[in-house]
Design a protein around this ligand. Structure first.
Ligand code: DGL
Length: 269
């Protein structure tokens, strides 16, 4: 198979990375994709950096066996801890979600006051904080971990009173800080955009890393002469546990009925 025709590989700790896949398919409809959700070992958001690096290398190894031409690390926590390691070890280009999201946040903030939310691990790593400061040191960053958002989304509770209450509890202090951009630094949070936007009010622009990452994937493929033009595309889904739960819950994330089948695999040797 010609290099251009090879699929784009995407991995996440589980289901949430489908928000990134969805944006990639929107921006690059002519690319084939291979998605791996590490559902047996999810969540990554509460695990140590060392463990996340090991899992990420194993996930990448699996996708490489499927002949991918580029790797997207859709998981924010894995991007925060394992991106450098992956870049160092892989012969294909590797794109994470942190830098594209950070660039977008800095670009959109006129007041230079940006809030960032994510898993415990992502926030503790300081990866978004460092990326934003690296782009513009004048930006004041307000980080907060929101661990309950992931299970709420996976339960399908994106629009209910419990969720609105949890949003209020996590974000009430940040709301007082007069931020004009809130960056959703976790795969699942785009599904809570309405609930978060309602609470934060119109002055706060809610953005996520998924769409910015898809644009970055297109830029890198084009720069390397790897865009797949006019060939047939395929979308394969692999999981490390319970394909059935993945396709059921995945329907919350992908609304076009494209996710009907996921294959069970082992990635840890
Ligand atoms: N995919 C993870 C992230 O974006 C959220 C779920 C998890 O904790 O593994 O950080």
């Amino acid at each position: 198979m010609e290099m251009k025709e090879r699929p784009v590989g995407i991995f996440d700790s589980g289901i949430g990375g489908l928000t990134v896949l969805k944006e990639i398919r929107k921006v690059l409809p002519e690319e084939s994709t291979v998605y791996l959700g590490d559902t047996a070992r999810v969540p990554y958001g509460t695990k140590s950096g060392e463990t996340i690096k090991r899992y990420s290398l194993e996930n990448a190894g699996f996708l490489l066996k499927h002949g991918i031409k580029l790797l997207v690390v859709a998981c924010n926590t894995a991007s925060a801890y394992a991106l450098e390691e992956l870049k160092h070890n892989l012969a294909v280009p590797v794109i994470g979600v942190i830098l594209p999201g950070a660039r977008q946040a800095v670009m959109k903030s006129r007041l230079k006051r940006v809030g960032v939310i994510g898993t415990e691990g992502t926030i503790k790593s300081g990866a978004y904080f460092d990326a934003i400061k690296g782009i513009d040191p004048r930006v004041v960053v307000f980080p907060a971990a929101c661990p309950l958002f992931v299970p709420l989304v996976e339960e399908g509770w994106t629009d209910c009173d419990v969720t609105r209450l949890v949003v209020k509890i996590y974000l009430k202090d940040m709301k007082k800080e007069r931020i004009d951009v809130l960056l959703l630094g976790c795969t699942h949070y785009p599904l809570l955009k309405n609930a978060i936007g309602e609470f934060m009010g119109e002055e706060t622009n809610i953005i996520d890393s998924a769409s910015a990452t898809a644009v970055e994937v297109k830029r890198v493929l084009s720069e390397k002469g790897l865009l797949n033009k006019g060939h047939g595309t395929t979308a394969r889904f692999f999981v490390t546990d319970s394909p059935e739960r993945f396709t059921n819950v995945g329907a919350i994330f992908l609304d076009n009925g494209e996710l009907t089948k996921a294959e069970l695999v082992k990635v840890d040797g």
